[in-house]
Design a protein around this ligand. Structure first.
Ligand SMILES: Nc1ncnc2c1ncn2[C@@H]1O[C@H](COP(=O)(O)OP(=O)(O)OP(=O)(O)O)[C@@H](O)[C@H]1O
Length: 285
């Protein structure tokens, strides 16, 4: 099956900020988290994917169509939740639903009603009158039931309360099971990233660090506790050290070196995904 998204060598400059070059492919049936420090370009990348901003170079294809071309058929396969919904303030949830639902052939009214109930969304209030969390809940309730093949969510859980976050994760997992679908989610919430992602696309200050398969990434990092303090200046795979502790992102090379040089380790452990992301986003490591 054709990838849902193909991004090739995309670059974008905004004032002093440089994004890219970005290469990213989103296959059907996958959830990809966009992970990066603040201002690293996650929202910009999503806007580029939606053709809400123009790239300076490179190609972005959604459903095999160039997003900046004349043909806009690709838009019917995508639902996008941005951080700020422009033009919604004056309308109630009920009215917004009346505008949006008829635009989507696959609109799932039952799922909409379920989300309204689960999240206790007051549909009779104007969007501008809702709390930030309730605005986010309503936005999700008006986005997920569109049932498009691709769902782009820009920080969907930043303001959600704990029960709503948990409900949302269950709903997204369920939603994925209903067909050839994919989700791209920009998030700083480690629980979302851990629970949902198949892939982590990591950006550091506009630069692409990589697109990592989550399980492979967690297996790649190991911490070794050595019996004696290290005197070597650097050992293969090392990304961090502290007296008798070494963290490696290339365990085979590290272990080979330690054995060859008679350096024994008393213990080893895996790293938590949060710690791995911290290493990936840290400029000195
Ligand atoms: N409309 C704009 N005008 C000026 N600068 C912008 C604009 N949009 C984005 N930028 C700049 O682009 C860079 C990337 O911003 P972006 O919002 O894409 O990052 P992000 O990774 O989504 O950040 P965060 O995690 O804080 O939401 C930032 O330096 C930001 O200041």
């Amino acid at each position: 099956m054709q990838p849902f998204v193909e991004i090739t060598q995309v670059k974008k400059k905004i004032d002093n900020f440089h994004l890219g070059p970005i290469d990213l492919t989103i296959e059907p049936g996958t959830i990809t988290s966009l992970v990066g420090n603040n201002g690293s370009g996650k929202s910009t990348l999503m806007k580029l994917m939606m053709n809400l901003a123009n790239s300076d170079s490179g190609i972005i294809k959604l459903f095999n169509q160039n997003v900046s071309g004349d043909e806009e058929h690709w838009k019917s396969f995508v639902a996008y939740q941005s951080q700020k919904m422009i033009g919604w303030d004056a309308f109630t949830g009920e009215k917004l639903k009346d505008f949006i639902a008829p635009l989507y052939e696959q609109w799932d009214e039952q799922l909409f009603q379920r989300l309204v109930e689960l999240f206790a969304i007051p549909l009779d209030q104007r969007f501008s009158k809702l709390s930030q969390g309730s605005q986010q809940k309503l936005t999700l309730a008006l986005t997920i039931p569109r049932n498009t093949a691709l769902l782009l969510l820009d920080e969907p859980t930043a303001y959600l309360d704990i029960p709503a976050k948990n409900h949302l994760m269950d709903i997204l997992v369920e939603w994925m099971d209903q067909g050839e679908r994919s989700i791209v989610i920009a998030s700083h919430q480690i629980e979302d990233i851990k629970k949902l992602s198949d892939y982590l696309f990591v950006l550091r200050n506009g630069e692409m660090v990589g697109n990592f398969e989550k399980e492979a990434l967690t297996e790649r990092y190991k911490r070794y506790w050595l019996r004696n303090e290290l005197t070597e200046s650097s050992i293969p795979g090392e990304v961090f050290r502290d007296r008798v502790q070494v963290v490696s992102n290339h365990p085979e090379a590290t272990e080979h070196y330690l054995r060859e040089n008679g350096l024994q380790w008393a213990n080893q452990s895996s790293l938590d995904l949060e710690e791995i992301i911290t290493f990936l986003l840290s400029p000195t490591r």
